[in-house]
Design a protein around this ligand. Structure first.
Ligand code: PAF
Length: 257
């Protein structure tokens, strides 16, 4: 597996790639959810490239960025074992030669749900994903459905800017107790980790949106929002210091509001 940490080296590599490329963009601290994206990429592309870049512009709280888990050695060995061809690991200076003076903003969906609680978050996500798509020029790029709003915004951006990459969405991978896999789960305390699966259980419970929200707030979460987006029920809630998100299919619009 090639490790590429400069734009020049990446572009030299890209020129010589023959065949389809599947890109899996990540911020590291990899788990089985990321590996499912890698497997999906492998199944439909000759080459799989994973980027690891903890993108500072999408963190609206310095503390969250500083404490973002870093498990680089483990990440690299998992990716090598999974048959990834190249890992692209740029620095901030390389990814943002403009120091983030140029930004990509979506003006509708990005202001709702997570966007309403994390100002600037989706500007950072869309800007870095656009940079990665332009650099890597993949045939397909793979994203998890856990970040459902992010996925919708990336699909919209690719369409709006005529980007020649197919965005492939992959199902949420869960722990045995239902908790959606997330790099941030590593930061939950032992007690919080026991409570965390209640987020998914509550989304699935037979109750109204108001009752679900009240229940989560009662058992220790601080709910940012619990709301329907299209055919999904989305939730974002903080447990201790850790903000968790999740979503489930929602097929009874109106009934449970
Ligand atoms: O979902 C993530 O890990 C990040 O938001 C992404 C897409 C890699 C952009 O930094």
């Amino acid at each position: 597996m090639l490790r590429i940490d400069s734009i020049d080296a990446w572009q030299a590599y890209r020129k010589n790639v023959d065949g389809d490329i599947g890109l899996v963009p990540t911020m590291g601290a990899l788990h089985a959810g990321h590996l499912s994206l890698v497997n999906a990429a492998k199944s439909s592309n000759e080459h799989v490239v994973v980027s690891i870049f903890v993108n500072p512009t999408q963190f609206n709280q310095a503390n969250d960025f500083e404490k973002y888990p870093n498990t680089l050695d483990e990440d690299l060995s998992q990716l090598a074992q999974s048959g990834v061809d190249a890992v692209f690991m740029p620095t901030f200076e390389l990814m943002y030669p403009d120091n983030y003076i140029y930004q990509l903003t979506e003006k509708d969906l990005s202001t709702q749900f997570c966007g309403a609680h994390r100002p600037g978050h989706f500007d950072g996500v869309l800007t870095v994903v656009m940079k990665l798509l332009n650099l890597v020029q993949p045939n397909q790029a793979f994203f998890g459905e856990k970040d459902f709003q992010q996925l919708a915004l990336i699909k919209g951006m690719v369409k709006a800017f005529f980007i020649n990459t197919q965005i492939v969405s992959c199902p949420i991978v869960r722990e045995a107790d239902g908790l959606a896999m997330s790099s941030r789960n590593l930061r939950l305390s032992a007690i919080e980790r026991k409570v965390a699966p209640q987020l998914y259980a509550t989304l699935n419970s037979d109750s109204t949106l108001k009752e679900k929200t009240e229940h989560l707030n009662t058992i220790g979460f601080d709910v940012d929002y619990l709301a329907v987006m299209g055919d999904r029920l989305l939730v974002a809630a903080t447990l201790g210091e850790i903000r968790l998100i999740d979503n489930v299919p929602y097929d009874m619009p109106g009934d449970k509001a």
